[in-house]
Write a protein that binds this ligand. Structure first.
Ligand SMILES: [Zn+2]
Length: 235
C-alpha cells in the first residue's frame, strides 16, 4: 500500500448510513427500497429469520403476548441534499440546497417509509425514479429517551436529477440494498450458532411501538409501480 491509502481518522467514522439528528433535511430517494424484518431486544436490533428458525419469534410464542413480533425496516439509496449543520458555503443560494449532494443509505421503519409508500400509491410514480420528488424531513427530539423522536415528512417539488447528480451516479453506483440486506441476514444466521448473536447495528433514532400502523408493504407497492425505477441503468 501507499501512505496515501491511509485514511484520515475522520474517514473511518464516516458511515454510508444517514444518521438522523434533530434539524431539517432534504432528501431525494433513488432506486427501490429493500425491506427486512427484525426484533428489538435490549436496544439491539436482530434480524428476524421467520417463525421456524427465529429464536426471537419463538420467545413470542412462549409468552403468548405478541410483544416480540418482528418489525419491518426499509433501506434505500438517497441523495442528501440538505442536512442540519451544513456549512453555508456549501449551499447554493438559489436552490437553498447543497451544491453537491451526497449519496447515502436511509434505513428506517414504517413511520417514514409508509409516507413514501402512500405518496407512491397516490401518484402512481416511483419516488425513487426520475419523476420522484424531494422530501423535506424535520427531526425533532421530544424527550430524553432514544425513542422520543418526532418526524415531519412531506414531499416538495418533483426533482428530476440534475446533471451534477447524474455525474455522481455515474461515478458512484447506487449501493446494492438487496445484497446489503441479504448479507446482513446471512451474517446473523452464522452468529446464531453462538447462542445470542451480537445483533445488528443499533438504530437509535428508530421509534419503537409503531408496528401496528396498518400500511401495505411499501416494497411491494414500489415493485408494482412503473419500470423507471432502475435509474442506475438509465444513465
Ligand atoms: Zn423473528
Amino acid at each position: 500500500m501507499d501512505y496515501t491509502d491511509i485514511k484520515n481518522v475522520d474517514d473511518k467514522d464516516k458511515s454510508m448510513y444517514l444518521k438522523l439528528v434533530p434539524g431539517k433535511y432534504v432528501l431525494r430517494l433513488l432506486g427501490k427500497p429493500e425491506d427486512y424484518k427484525h426484533h428489538w431486544e435490549n436496544q439491539k436490533k436482530y434480524a428476524c429469520l421467520g417463525m421456524d428458525g427465529c429464536p426471537h419469534c419463538k420467545k413470542t410464542d412462549t409468552d403468548g403476548d405478541g410483544s416480540n413480533r418482528p418489525r419491518t425496516s426499509y433501506v434505500t439509496n438517497v441523495f442528501v441534499k440538505l442536512a442540519p449543520g451544513d456549512d453555508p458555503k456549501d449551499i447554493d443560494p438559489q436552490t437553498k440546497l447543497r451544491k453537491v449532494p451526497e449519496l447515502m443509505l436511509l434505513e428506517k421503519g414504517r413511520q417514514i417509509f409508509g409516507t413514501f409508500g402512500a405518496w407512491a400509491r397516490a401518484r402512481e410514480i416511483n419516488p425513487g425514479g426520475e419523476k420522484g420528488p424531494d422530501w423535506q424531513l424535520i427531526v425533532e427530539k421530544t424527550g430524553p429517551e432514544v425513542r422520543n423522536v418526532r418526524y415531519q415528512l412531506f414531499p416538495l417539488d418533483i426533482a428530476p436529477l440534475t446533471n451534477e447528480e447524474k455525474k455522481i451516479l455515474k461515478a458512484q453506483n447506487l449501493y446494492d440494498v438487496k445484497k446489503i440486506v441479504s448479507d446482513r441476514i446471512e451474517k446473523y444466521k452464522k452468529e446464531l450458532d453462538g447462542e445470542s448473536g451480537p445483533g445488528l447495528a443499533v438504530d437509535d433514532t428508530d421509534i419503537e411501538g409503531l408496528d401496528d400502523i396498518s400500511l401495505d408493504d411499501v416494497d411491494g407497492i414500489l415493485d408494482e409501480i412503473d419500470g423507471d425505477s432502475n435509474i442506475d441503468l438509465e444513465f
